[in-house]
Design a binder for this molecule. Sequence first.
Ligand code: SAM
Length: 250
Amino acid sequence: MSATDLHHQPTDAPPQRDKHTHAMAHNAEPHSDPHAAYYAARASEYDVSVGYGTPLVERHLASLQARLQANLKGHDALELACGTGYWTHVAAATARSILATDRDAASLALAQARMASSDHVRCQHADAYSLDGVSGPFSAAFALFWWSHMPKSKIPAFLSTLHSKLAPGAQVVFADQLPYEWRGNRHFDDEGNLLEERALLDGTRFEIVKNFPTEAELAGLLAGTVDDLVYSTGAEGRWWMISYRTASCA
Ligand SMILES: C[S@@+](CC[C@H](N)C(=O)[O-])C[C@H]1O[C@@H](n2cnc3c(N)ncnc32)[C@H](O)[C@@H]1O
């Protein structure tokens, strides 16, 4: 596997260096945003590249699946950055309804196909930062393996936009990867975001934001605005998860 978020495969090969050496994300028209170009190009190979459905990855994700389902039980949930719908499908087992959103049309089409027989799930195009066209209020929200891709400067506005779509006391869940070893190129930008070079199966390379927030950083971002914040990690050291409730009305 040359294209991976390394969700669950920390020893994956780094990007190939001998192919498409000029095909960095900035060249991948029509997307001007490297992250958008990367996920648009990667949609069809995404599930295989992260190992969804394989015994090893399913074992690593089993307790995260269970926690997500417990948190969303009976809720009308908004999902951000749903990708191909893997976590939509997991959450749909207990949520009352889900509006699954993503900015990438190709990923969203795959999510729609995956959830076609689930009447309580809808898929809709939406940018996670603006949530334009998403009405609410929802009693819950969740986003898996999305947080790491947010530049640090965008997170406060992202949170306040998200919370504006939720009912008071709504349940929120985020989960993402813990730090892993990387043998490809990485460097920090001026605001301290880690930039990581990724390659698709055809060798096309992209550079994307891949941050690893600490428990203290997450708590600092949410301090004073949410209740019942809980941070946990998977036993295998692959992922972190936070759950909290948005502030209740006084
Ligand atoms: C690492 S994938 C995670 C997908 C899915 N949640 C999962 O864990 O399988 C990141 C997703 O974020 C989406 N994405 C990137 N930027 C976005 C944005 N600004 N708004 C909404 N989705 C975005 C990508 O299209 C991609 O589907």
